[in-house]
Design a protein. Structure first.
Length: 330
């Protein structure tokens, strides 16, 4: 099999119109703007209305990424949707395919919580690097507001809704320079959106499960510790594979979970503050969407330029975590 290159040639993002700031959260739970801002850096988040779907947000972000890359939806060979909040448990990627009119593409979902974008990017890249496909869309979207317990102040202050997308294309030069993706199911109980099954008797002696997914539960301290330890490790590993040193990174683009996590990881890696991309003050933690959403904003603000080297890392439920080092543009 040949080993070919890929380039990231387009990005897009979308968020619901409704804002909820920290002050508004004090009407729901015992908290304060000061606590949320100092402990997380988050000032507001965007929330999808009941009538808004994850698929709509994802499709809007995808259209922008496709337009920026200059390809036609019909040029897409692969659509990979990273989400933990599909509109349909059978998967939502095919609905995005239909709305885009990407008739030639194969579309499917990938679930890796807040690591979804990095896992999706690395996975899609393999199809291109082997020469099987030419053009892929990775779209990451989550509507966690549906699954947050709005009475739980330890979690409800963190999350927001959004979508981000990128297009990658087969390219002579390889702009995915190195990666490392990991998981550890033994720590699964630190962060869950779990199905709770109730027995329902069909006929005597035969019972099936009938239940519902339960709101998000999280051990914040454990996740914090895990992120600050594991993220620098995978970035180091990905840099080693890329044969690059830390000072060659132009931007550190982490999953936007908590400003303190961003600062601690940057400090451990010795990356100066001005290289750290952060937009979580405006969006909160948008799960899989957070990295491509922040990437797209930085590209459209002309912060990230062609040829810039970006170290990205996602981490979250599973537990899952991973890093990728890539160069923006061709
Ligand atoms: O995508 C991955 C998703 N998860 C994460 O990224 C979470 C990672 N963890 C974190 O970001 C932080 O652990 C949190 C922001 C969740 C919590 O910050 P912390 O500094 O670890 O706070 P804590 O849990 O140690 O709580 C400190 C105090 C506690 O009071 P006591 O026991 O010291 O009296 C909490 O009850 O703050 C209290 N507290 C709050 N107070 C006001 C917890 N949540 C709130 C709140 N408002 N919303």
């Amino acid at each position: 099999m040949q080993n070919l290159g890929i380039a990231m040639t387009g990005s897009g993002s979308a968020a619901p119109a409704t804002f909820l700031d920290n002050q508004a959260l004090t009407e729901l739970v015992e908290t304060s703007d000061e606590w949320i801002t100092t402990r997380t850096g988050i000032r507001q988040r965007r929330l999808a209305k009941a009538s808004e779907t994850m698929t709509e947000l994802a499709t809007a972000a995808s259209r922008q990424a496709i337009a920026m890359s200059g390809i036609d939806p019909q040029d897409l060979d692969l659509i990979l949707l990273a989400t933990s909040t599909p509109d349909d448990l059978f998967g939502s990627a095919c609905q995005i395919q239909a709305q885009l009119g990407a008739t030639k593409a194969v579309a499917f979902d990938l679930t890796a919580a807040c690591s979804g974008f990095v896992f999706g990017f690395v996975t899609a890249a393999q199809y291109l690097k082997t020469g099987v496909y030419q053009n892929a869309l990775i779209v990451a979207a989550d509507v966690l507001s549906r699954w947050v317990d709005w009475q739980d102040r330890r979690t409800c202050i963190l999350f927001g809704d959004g979508a981000g997308a990128v297009v990658i294309q087969a390219n002579e030069k390889d702009c995915l320079l190195g990666f490392e993706i990991r998981s550890d199911g033994t720590q699964n109980n630190c962060l869950n959106l779990a199905y709770a099954s109730e027995p329902a008797e069909l006929i005597q002696g035969v019972n099936v499960g009938k239940g519902n997914f339960q709101p998000i539960t999280m051990n914040g301290k454990e996740i914090y510790r895990f992120a600050v330890q594991k993220v620098p490790e995978v970035i180091d590993k990905a840099l080693f594979r890329a044969n690059l040193s830390v000072d060659q990174i132009d931007w550190l683009l982490l999953h936007q979970a908590n400003q303190r996590i961003l600062d601690a990881v940057a400090q451990r890696l010795n990356i100066p503050e001005h290289k750290v991309i952060s937009n979580l003050a405006n969006y909160g933690n948008t799960s899989a969407a957070s990295i491509p959403l922040a990437l797209d904003e930085a590209v459209r603000q002309s912060k990230i330029k062609t040829g810039d080297i970006i170290a990205t890392s996602g981490f979250g439920a599973g537990l899952t975590w991973g890093a990728a080092i890539f160069q923006w543009g061709r």
